[in-house]
Design a protein around this ligand. Sequence first.
Ligand code: GTP
Length: 169
Amino acid sequence: MSSIKKKIVFLGGSSVGKSSILLRFTNNQFQEGQEPNVGASFLTKELSIENLKYKLQIWDTAGQERYSSMAPMYYRSASGAIIVYDITDSESFITAKKWVKELQQMGPIDVKMAIVGNKVDLSNDRQVSIEEVKEYAESSGALFFETSAKTGKNVYELFRQLLTHLPKT
Ligand code: GTP
């Protein structure tokens, strides 16, 4: 059986946990003090969901503002976009909304977006409410998850659901 190839891109502000979600998903690991990305990194991951074999190409972009002009190179031709913010940092949700808008205006026409509030293990320090993002995600046609790269909560589920929303070709 040949595999379904999909390109997925991670977007979002700095230090929200993009690389950490990816490391949890690909290696089931977590690192305190994960280093900031420079530019972007790329990896592939194969997995099966509901008897379908997927081969993912995943681009992890750098969240620091000075790299944001490079993002179009990475989201161009992406099937899925994972836009991450940190639930303990309201500023990072504002940044996430900017990425949603940019994708809507400049991204591939049929890109499926997932908005992801990471670091839910730190919910005592929560600054962004679930209700606010849920409503925003619905109005933007995006999926919504809260994850923790640290505990692994919802990380696999995020990929599983995003993939089931993509065309099976
Ligand atoms: P850039 O490379 O700058 O874009 O950052 P990033 O979004 O890739 O964030 P990164 O994965 O480097 O994580 C930033 C910091 O947050 C690191 O110290 C991580 O250990 C920490 N971190 C990431 N995810 C979680 C999480 O779910 N919970 C907690 N408590 N810390 C996390």
